[in-house]
Write a protein that binds this ligand. Sequence first.
Ligand code: FUC
Length: 762
Amino acid sequence: MQTLWYTAPAASWVEALPIGNGRIGAMVFGGAERERLQINEDSIWSGGPRDTVNPLARPNLDAVRRLLFDGKPVAATELAERTMMGVPKTLRPYEPLGDLWLSFPGHADAHVQNYRRELDLDAGIATTAYTVEGVAFRREVFVSAVDQVLVVRVTCDRPGALSFDATMTREKDAALSVMSSNRLVLHGRCDAGAGLAFRGELAIEHDGGSLTYVGPNALVRGASSAVIYLAAATSFRHRDPVQTCGQHLRDAQRKGLHALRTDHLRDHRGLMRRVELMLPADPALEAMPTDQRLARVKTGQEDAGLSVLYFQFGRYLLIASSRPGTLPANLQGVWSDSMSPPWNSDFHLNINIQMNYWLVETCNLAECALPLFDLLDLLRESGRRTAREHYGCRGFVAHHITDPWGFTTPGDGAHWGLWPMGVAWTCSHLWEHFAFSGDRDFLAARAYPLMKEAAEFFADYLVEDSSGRLVTGPSMSPENSYKLPNGNVGVLCMGPSMDTQIVRELFTRCVAASELLGVDAAFRADLESKLRRLPQPRIGKHGQIQEWSEDYDEPEPGHRHMSHLYALHPGDQVTVATTPDLAKAARRVLERRLAHGGGHTGWSRAWITCFWARLHDGKLAHENFMALLAKSTHPNLFDDHPPFQIDGNFGGTAAVAEMLVQSHAGRVELLPALPPAWKQGRVRGLRVRGGIEVDVTWRDGKATTATLRASLVGRHMVQPPVGQRVVTATRGDGTEIALRPAADGAVELPFAVGKEVVLTLA
Ligand code: FUC
């Protein structure tokens, strides 16, 4: 259930199988005669650090605001476009490292039998196996996070039958050299030699036979097996990429294949095996290759086993694209084969990068979130300058796109880029990391200082509207437009609902953090007084949560962004229990969006699935999850925006976790949105806020038992599924906990470090 597998080599990039260690990524095509490993290193970006501040921004800020308050978005946009955008306003792209090619003479399709390629998610290993004239050939590929090398192991079952050529290529800016008897090096600098230095270096070991070179090709002839190690480094992270690659290869070769593989398995499984999801699988479907199963789902069929695979694939992809010390997962994780990928394969801060991390806490991969926090650190210096120079504010700010060079000014165009919420939204992940772990040191040393500086920006930046409320602007409800009564269409506006929701969340959490830490009383008082002046959410003429400060009509009612539902998910200001009217109005938003063709991009569909889960509608959550698989998924299970964009994978995985357990509403909710189609099942190891891991088993759509393991002392309310009750609660030592259920059936339970509480439910 944890393996993607196929009966033919990948004919295109979105059929190839991704592997990675957070920093080095590869797409394995599995060609028998010609194997291609398309390789990335996360820091290979065109461009470099630059000052993009626009000196005209601040002098024109008030005028743009005035035009927007006066209902003149067209004039405001025209002025903002001329004065408020970064100079330049575009990013340089993320670039591939190159390709590793292995050619196997005589392995043409006509001679190949018993072909199978697979990606074992549990092992983090891609395997290609087949026979040629009775000889079985096998290639295993993995990228070790422990040892920082990609490893290809090639074997055959007849001594001396293995012959292949190896070489590397890159579209531009690189040269290939043979370094010594067994080293091939691809090296160069981006931007025609003016940019970042990169290096990919191969070491080849062979058992028996010979290794020679003809031009840039390494020729292995008549061997019994071979191992290829690939190291990669750039000047972004390493002072001397030559030295780093050399060191990684020497260390890997000294350690040897066996130990490398063992350590890789231990490391990878240590993360992967924390969560298990079991839904009864149909053996006939399990015997079907992944692409055929997906094709079946595209015809509207149910496939619980494929749903489980998709869920675990999301966890796998985060492990492979975001590890402590790496850059965060970009629009394509770490996998990109183009010198000019869609949206530069950048870090998009107006939903995409945050969605990449929605699963990280619930799906028990908390350390994989660290690169996101490093990104905030990386943006801090330049974000302070943008705050000061563009807006005359303290704190730090970033807009809708960024890169590893620290771009923080408004980018692309006013319609997309003039939205100052990138840092504030990303800061929600700092608070969640604390809420899930209870780690006060993290809150004090890492989270609060960043949150505080993000909040300082807004404390200065918010501006009074005509009724004395404090609003953001110039801003927008990400990328959506509205129609004015005079027919004019605007995107820029003052006080979009999403911004207010994010500011409320940030300020509220800063207040809570400063109280917990006993610091910054005056700052806290300022935030508290400003919180009281934020606009309240409104319900508009369609019964919907209003997206803008006025109840405008939308030219595109099926728009992919549903920003005004931030408060429902990933936020927690709207819940079914605490704000039933707003929950109903959120439902209206979704119904209207869907009725007008919404959910047409992968990430949009994944978000919709999360919303339904938060609204406790398991049926619609499941329906939309299946639509994500059916309409927005490539044969290798990569999300199809279109084109490939990884956020939908991560959002889809996060949504499954939300269907099974939630904890944002001050209580642990068991099976809050269980799909009726998943009658029976078991989940182990999902995390909830308060340092607790949860296992739940259900039968006939009803929870039967739940086990909660705590890593912190505390008392938590646990809510059984609707229509069910907690019958018994037992400690690990067998003693019973007395239950006094609240009116809604929730029970308060005491937790001790390292101890579990077992519930039976009926
Ligand atoms: C946002 C979305 C687009 C796309 C882009 C990378 O701007 O509106 O759909 O996902 O990011």
